[in-house]
Structure formats: C-alpha cells, structure tokens
Design a protein around this ligand. Structure first.
Ligand SMILES: *[C@@H]1O[C@H](CO)[C@@H](O)[C@H](O)[C@H]1NC(C)=O
Ligand SMILES: *[C@@H]1O[C@H](CO)[C@@H](O)[C@H](O)[C@H]1NC(C)=O
Length: 359
C-alpha cells in the first residue's frame, strides 16, 4: 500500500530530492519548499522570494545539510538545519532554470534553462565559469557524469542530446533523437502509414553511477539508453516505456545501477532492468552519430538514409508497473526507515511513497 505525505500547502509538487541522511526535500509551485523526515513529517517549510515555481533541487554530495534549489531564474542555497531564508542566492541564468546538477566534489553547479543555455557556476569562486550554448530550444535536463570531471550531458526540447567537455565549453558529441527514431524499427509500435507519433522532445536524463551509461526520456514515450566511450556516445538500447511523454527517468544507485525507474504523463511509474538485455535487444552500431569537427559544420542529417538497424529492443518489459493515475512530475529513489522506496510527485500537493521491496 502506498503511503501519502500531504504538504502543508496546496500547491502542486514539481520536484524532489533526498539527502544522504534521509532528509527529503520537495519543491512546489509558487516558491514553496518543504523538507521532511523519513517518517514523512514536514520538518521545515518556506516560501522562496519571488514566488516562482521550484523546478529542481540538488543536495550537496559533500555536505548533507546543504541544498541547492532553482526557482525562476534564481538558484538558492539553503541549510536544512536552519531552514529559513536562503544562505545565498545566485542569478546566473537569463531565463527560467529547469534543472540543476552539482558535481561530486560540490565545486561546480550546472543550471539548464529555457533559453537552451547551461550555465556552470564555480561554487567556491561564486561565479559563472562556463556558458554552454548549443541547444536551440528549452534545455530540460542536465547532469554531471560521476567519475568524469569536466564532463556533463544535457538534453532539450530541440530533441538533441549533448555530451560536453565543460572545461573547453564545447560539445563533444551531439545526437538528435528524431534522426535516431527513424532508425528504430520497433515491433511493438505497429506503425501504420500516416500515423503520427509525438516527436521525441527530450524531457529527462539520468546518468548511472558508473558515469558511462545514461538514459533519456522523451515525448514519444521512449526511453533510450546510451553508452559513453571516450568522446562519443551510442544508443545501446531503447524501449517504449510509456504511452505518453516520459517526464522522468532515474537510474538507481550503486549496486543496482542498471535498474531504472521512469514516470510518464500516462500516470505510470515503472521499474526497468536494463542489464537484462540480450544481444538481440542491443542496438547495433549507430551509424548516425557524428563527431563534431572544429568547424561545427557537421549536421546530424548526413547519412541518415539507407541504414537499417535490425536488432531492436523487442522484449524489455517493466519489472514493476504502478498505475499511479496522475501525470508524473518527479520520481526519486529513497531509503526510508530501512526500506527501499520510490517517491512520486504529481500535480497534487501530495507525495506518494511506494515501497520497492526486494528486487
Ligand atoms: C530572484 O531573487 C530576487 C532576490 O531574492 C527576487 O527579488 C526575485 O523576485 C527573484 N526572481 C525570481 C524569478 O525568482
Ligand atoms: C568538480 O569540479 C571541479 C572544478 O572544476 C573539479 O576540480 C573536480 O575534479 C570536479 N569533481 C568531479 C568529481 O568531477
């Protein structure tokens, strides 16, 4: 039976994060920010200045009581022990921030915004050291890669997925999901002529603990898993995860890092085992990704015809599928009172806790 935590306010919960010490933070519309203990009791609630929606929260990987929160164009730093006014507020983006990520040593923060930019803030020097600009539409998600300093991935509503070298402020590899989807001949989609599918606008991103595998959730309902090798990445696996847009993907931690949870606009929350793939479900070599030359003149369109990829994901099925009912705003993994759980935020002012049990 799922457990419901009800917020001390009536706004929709948009994002969640869990600290290494089991403190849960939830961000909601109109600047509402709440922290909870493991039992689901609110232990702090504030309304951030400006009253803009809280879109993303990241706990410091180094100091469990420090959290970073994006609201509007602002990014605030808070202390969960003295949960009042922000300790500090940065305004580094020109448009609304959609997603933030902090690197493992808590020295860099990346913020993806509506203009398509990713700003990289040096948290010690307190200034923007890099501005990554390549997305041509809203940048919806960004994540540093564990174990790979100076490396991050981003995705956006321009359907592009980018691997960046942060130091050089330049993309190393770009893949356009629309071009990719033309090669994905899935058998589970009995595509009839003239039938239209939603374009693969990329909504969500998650990097596995190894730092070498990441996945992306898109508007076409598909989840795509990519493998990074050096300065490039290739699609390794794809599957239809949801009947509508995939708003959330989230690789589980360490020992089960090939498990991923997803949430969709179809109101479902699923658990997938991407490690169970057979060679048949693996994609063959992707001919369409292009290494970027200095001239930036290579477009992903080149070479997009004539390639048939015969081995596709046929039978990856959800290990767990929960009919949550409401559109999913956020999913997060948590270990609460010794049991492994998934926290779900939706357009209500409640957080739903499902136990994962033994996997
Ligand atoms: C950003 O922060 C400033 C100062 O705290 C506040 O006045 C402003 O309303 C905030 N803007 C947004 C968009 O949140
Ligand atoms: C985080 O960023 C700093 C500053 O660039 C870098 O020195 C450090 O190696 C990064 N840490 C990791 C683990 O990526």
């Amino acid at each position: 039976m799922p457990v419901t935590w009800t917020c001390p306010h009536s706004n929709a919960v948009l994002c969640l994060a869990v600290s290494t010490e089991g403190v849960v933070a939830s961000g909601a519309e109109l600047g509402e920010l709440t922290i909870w203990n493991e039992e689901g009791h609110p232990i702090g609630n504030i309304q951030l200045n400006g009253g803009e929606d809280v879109t993303s929260i990241a706990f410091s990987p180094v100091c469990a009581t420090r959290l970073y929160v994006s609201h509007g164009e602002n990014i605030s730093v808070l202390d969960s022990r003295a949960f009042k006014e922000p300790v500090e507020t940065f305004i580094i983006n020109k448009e609304e921030v959609n997603c933030i990520s902090v690197n493992e040593t808590d020295s860099l923060l990346a913020a993806a915004d509506d203009s398509g930019s990713v700003k990289v803030l040096d948290l010690e020097k307190k200034k923007v050291t890099r501005s990554l600009h390549r997305h041509t539409n809203i940048c919806s998600a960004v994540s540093f890669r564990p174990h790979w300093p100076h490396s991050l991935v981003s995705c956006g509503l321009d359907m592009q997925v980018l691997l960046w070298n942060v130091q050089k402020a330049r993309p190393l590899w770009i893949t356009n999901l629309q071009h990719l989807s033309q090669d994905e001949e899935d058998t589970d989609y009995q595509q009839s002529p003239g039938q239209l599918f939603n374009p693969p606008l990329a909504h969500s991103l998650s990097v596995a603990a190894s730092g070498n595998t990441f996945c992306c959730g898109a508007e076409d309902g598909k989840i795509r898993v990519f493998q990074v090798t050096g300065t490039r990445f290739e699609e390794e696996l794809f599957f239809k995860g949801h009947t509508q847009g995939v708003s959330q993907v989230h690789f589980l931690k360490e020992e089960t890092q090939h498990f991923l949870i997803s949430g969709g606009n179809d109101g479902k929350v699923c658990l997938w085992d991407t490690g169970k793939k057979t060679t048949q479900q693996k994609k063959q070599k992707q001919p369409k990704n292009h290494h970027l030359r200095k001239s930036n003149s290579v477009h992903a369109k080149a070479g997009s015809s004539g390639h048939k990829i015969s081995d596709v994901a046929e039978s990856i099925s959800a290990k767990l599928s929960i009919e949550h009912g409401e559109k999913i705003n956020w999913v997060s993994e948590a270990s609460l009172q010794g049991s492994r759980s998934v926290l779900v935020a939706d357009p209500t002012n409640c957080i739903t806790v499902y136990q994962l049990g033994e996997m």
